[in-house]
Design a protein around this ligand. Structure first.
Ligand SMILES: [Cu+2]
Length: 150
């Protein structure tokens, strides 16, 4: 009788251990997929309307900025990230996220590019566009990836 109880406890332990390890393994292989689109924002003065002050160019009657949308997303360290970037606005953008091996990849209007990487380090990372780097170039154009350490 005592021997059967030991085997039952051992079997229960094995099942619990399998479930816990299986769950952890499942989390480690989590895939997070995001679709970012490029956006274009423009302000244009109507007749008689006062100009606005651009921080670099001074008074202007037209101002354009490019963005990634969404501009912020969060994953866990260890996640496999699938990042799709669809250029809906703008002639081309140059996507740059060197921390995860994306180095100045051109995405032309209408094109959707898919990038895959493992978020193997925690921190806040900038997805830059190297075409729209400052206000004179209708930027900065950036999205932010927060990788949580767990
Ligand atoms: Cu851009």
């Amino acid at each position: 009788m005592k021997g059967k109880r030991v085997w039952a406890v051992a079997l229960l332990g094995a099942v619990v251990g399998f479930l816990v390890l299986g769950t952890e393994r499942g989390q480690a292989q989590s895939v997070k997929e995001f679709l970012l689109v490029t956006g274009e924002w423009q302000w244009k003065a109507k007749p008689g309307e006062a100009p606005v002050v651009d921080r670099d160019s001074g008074s202007v009657t037209v101002m354009t900025r490019y963005t990634y949308d969404p501009g912020f997303f969060v994953v866990n360290k260890g996640d496999n990230v699938v990042l799709k970037i669809h250029n809906l606005k703008g002639d081309h953008h140059i996507v740059d996220l060197p921390a995860f091996g994306i180095n100045e990849v051109k995405v032309v209007r209408g094109e959707e590019r898919t990038f895959r990487f493992k978020a193997d380090k925690a921190g806040l990372f900038v997805i830059d566009c190297k075409n729209h780097v400052n206000p004179k170039k209708e930027g900065p154009m950036a999205a932010y990836l927060l990788v949580l350490d767990r």
